[in-house]
Design a protein around this ligand. Structure first.
Ligand code: ZN
Length: 318
């Protein structure tokens, strides 16, 4: 069996790159692929709700862009016969094995949101995605305001997150940005108006990416051809859609939230209740102590408390 990588899908037509020859091949998928028996450890077996347990089952899987696949050939007919386990699996955009997400945030219009940043970071942790933060529109704020933002973001830099500041119009900050795409599949994320499309079009002129954000209201109920494509860019790939902006995390227990805060996890052994501490109302909590000492940003902790309350409220509905 030959090995390939799916670069493009239009309806049921798959464009593969052969991993050995780097040749492009047009392939189809046969029916049997769509019904795989999964065990509970399979990367295709996802826990979707609190009530669905992971279990051995037969399920429907279609190959998607980003998949590593096995394929077979008979004369000049090619078909995909196996999908390799996925590292992660996004629905919108419909891509597997994403290496990193560019979280695009503007300094202003809309204002930088630490609430949204913390929320994105939880999702990145959950989906095993690496975040890279790109701050746009630095030309629209004065130096004092930009420095204030940089100081606030230093905490995240210390957590190991790469942060870049750019002005897409004048391509300021772009030289350092281009290296990050190498050998990776990159998706863009960010709320409407932060300049995702402007950034992408400035990064790769001529790619002619859709500058219009996809309206959910417009898309609903309308039949559209399945089309997702990865574009080669600086020896890596970027996804052709403006990326995902609507996010909600699937966390059902307050206990689970703290798992997605590596900075809290790192100090929880100093909490009086150790790994049992939720960092909420417990006495002797190291996280709360550090918030008071301004070693953990107050906004990050406040967002944590708010997410914890949302999880509790949602649980009450079951
Ligand atoms: Zn604690």
């Amino acid at each position: 069996m030959k090995q390939g990588f799916i670069k493009k899908i239009i309806s049921n037509q798959y464009t593969l790159i052969d991993l050995d020859t780097k040749e492009e091949i047009l392939a189809s998928a046969r029916g049997k692929l769509r019904y795989l028996r999964l065990d509970e450890k399979s990367s295709f077996n996802k826990q979707e709700t609190m009530k669905t347990k992971k279990e051995t089952k037969i399920t429907t899987i279609s190959p998607k862009v980003g998949d590593n696949v096995g394929y077979e050939a008979d004369l000049d007919i090619y078909w995909i016969s196996e999908i390799k386990p996925r590292k992660n699996d996004l629905v919108r955009p419909d891509v597997a094995n994403v290496d990193q997400v560019l979280l695009v945030f503007s300094c202003i219009r809309p204002d930088f949101s630490f609430h949204l940043l913390d929320q994105f970071l939880i999702i990145m942790q959950q989906e095993a995605l690496t975040p890279v933060l790109v701050v746009t529109k630095i030309d629209l704020v004065d130096e004092a305001m930009l420095n204030e933002l940089k100081m606030a973001l230093q905490y995240y830099v210390d957590m190991g997150i790469e942060v870049y500041y750019v002005n897409s119009k004048q391509r300021i900050g772009f030289d350092v940005l281009t290296h990050i795409f190498r050998d990776k599949i990159t998706v863009l994320a960010g709320q409407t108006g932060v300049g995702k499309s402007t950034l992408l079009n400035a990064l790769k002129p001529g790619l002619n990416l859709k500058t219009q954000e996809i309206s959910e209201a417009l898309g609903r109920g309308k039949h559209t051809t399945r089309h997702t494509e990865l574009y080669g860019f600086n020896q890596g790939y970027i996804v052709d859609t403006p990326g995902f902006s609507k996010i909600d995390f699937k966390i059902f227990f307050q206990d689970d939230l703290k798992k997605y805060y590596p900075d809290f996890q790192n100090v929880s052994h100093l909490c009086k209740f150790g790994s049992n501490c939720l960092h909420l109302s417990e006495p002797g909590c190291e996280v709360k102590k550090r918030v008071e000492e301004k070693r953990i940003p107050a906004s990050r902790y406040e967002n944590y408390v708010q997410f914890a309350e949302e999880i509790k409220a949602q649980k009450a509905k079951y």
